[in-house]
Design a protein around this ligand. Structure first.
Ligand code: S3P
Length: 171
């Protein structure tokens, strides 16, 4: 089985993915981390050096590598399912799970986040809120193509729901 987590920045894909993988005894991959390891550069540095368009191509390449792995949980980047035919490829090869979160929950989480995110750099709290609102409304149609949706606003609860779902006895 392959489980791919999709959703906006700050929706909790990495933490949820790591926990789910541990529980299922699967390998865990964070797509951003893998790009950074392969490029030997941080995501902000890649954005700065080659720009977003080139980053999206790298992201697509690493996604294709991961789609060939067995028994994995993958946390994708917030933009991964929204470019090229990535969401179709994910859905054809894996079970996709959308961690759905409200604009206000994402705003709260991203204001506290320590991870440097090039798309959010130098935004005031008000600008960040407006950005999340507008980006999420563009990206929702991609996220909503996922096979499963869980409510990330109640993240602990969502994780328990997922663990139960994927460890239920086969009927
Ligand atoms: C991005 C999300 C980031 C990372 C890059 C672009 C996006 O991943 O891939 O900064 O376009 O939403 P996270 O969702 O893990 O922050």
């Amino acid at each position: 089985m392959r489980l791919f987590l999709v959703g906006f920045m700050g929706s909790g894909k990495t933490t949820t993915g790591r926990k789910l993988a541990r529980h299922l005894n699967y390998e865990f991959y964070d797509l951003d981390r893998l790009i950074e390891q392969q490029q030997e550069q941080t995501i902000p540095a890649i954005f700065e050096e080659v720009g977003e368009t080139a980053f999206r191509r790298l992201e697509q390449q690493v996604l294709h590598q991961l789609l060939g792995h067995e028994n994995v949980v993958v946390a994708t980047g917030g933009g991964t399912p929204c470019f090229f035919d990535n969401i179709q490829k994910i859905n054809a090869a894996a079970t996709s799970i959308y961690l759905q979160a409200s604009v206000h929950y994402l705003h709260y989480r991203l204001l506290q986040a320590k991870k440097p995110r090039p798309l959010l750099r130098n935004k005031t709290s008000t600008e960040l809120l407006a950005y999340i609102e507008s980006k999420l409304s563009q990206r929702r149609i991609f996220y909503e193509q996922a096979h499963l949706t869980v409510d990330a606003n109640r993240l602990k609860h969502a994780r328990i729901e997922l663990l139960k779902f994927f460890t239920r006895p086969a009927s």
